[in-house]
Design a binder for this molecule. Sequence first.
Ligand SMILES: CC(C)(COP(=O)(O)OP(=O)(O)OC[C@H]1O[C@@H](n2cnc3c(N)ncnc32)[C@H](O)[C@@H]1OP(=O)(O)O)[C@@H](O)C(=O)NCCC(=O)NCCS
Length: 207
Amino acid sequence: LTPREPIPTYETLPLRIETARLVLRPWELGDVDAIWSTVSDPTFPIHMTWAAHTDRAQTVAFVELHQRLLAEQKSIGWAITRDGVVVGCISLDGIRWTMNAARVDQANLGFWTARDHWRQGYMTEAVEAVLGFAFGPLGLHKVYVAHVEGNEGSRRVIEKVGFRPVGRLEEEHYRDGRWWSGMRYELTAGEHLDSSRTMRINTRRQP
Ligand SMILES: CC(C)(COP(=O)(O)OP(=O)(O)OC[C@H]1O[C@@H](n2cnc3c(N)ncnc32)[C@H](O)[C@@H]1OP(=O)(O)O)[C@@H](O)C(=O)NCCC(=O)NCCS
């Protein structure tokens, strides 16, 4: 698999992604009220690096940041919706195509599901869709992801969709009075293609 040419302009890509149950679409300022109860819950982001919002202006800034990063070709963030209701957030962050004279074509995957909607398979479904987009229309070569130790939900999602473990991240960030270690994983375009083929074969073979 050779690097994609030319490097795409993200707004020209099919950013609205439909799955069996979900619609993923870029963030809108109208989403602020819908996500406020999630992003302002002090217990919600403990396994991530951001602080719970204490003012709606921070949530507006969150949506505006996603919109700016998309316009600047730096990351793509989606609201995950079900029947028009926002149930979560997923993003390809730090999209990088070049490093000096080399092509790298990679991005970091980040996500959360609003607590009321946990354990309904939504994040697994959304991650599979975003990986299809990342290795399809976007044309990345690698997606990586990490979770902190103890985040069993995230670990399960990451393992279910086929990421390959890279190794342990020792004391990766400091928050709430302690250093957090974690696990890092990655998936290449070729590995994704192989796993999609295997899944299709397995699906066909099911009685
Ligand atoms: C991690 C998170 C995104 C999972 O979202 P979700 O929509 O509930 O995930 P799914 O329903 O697709 O679950 C996928 C699998 O994980 C399992 N799972 C989900 N939450 C779990 C938990 N807290 N503990 C153990 N397993 C969990 C599900 O049972 C399912 O496994 P199964 O198919 O074998 O039954 C959600 O819990 C969350 O947003 N947490 C807070 C934010 C966060 O940690 N984000 C990730 C940062 S790396």
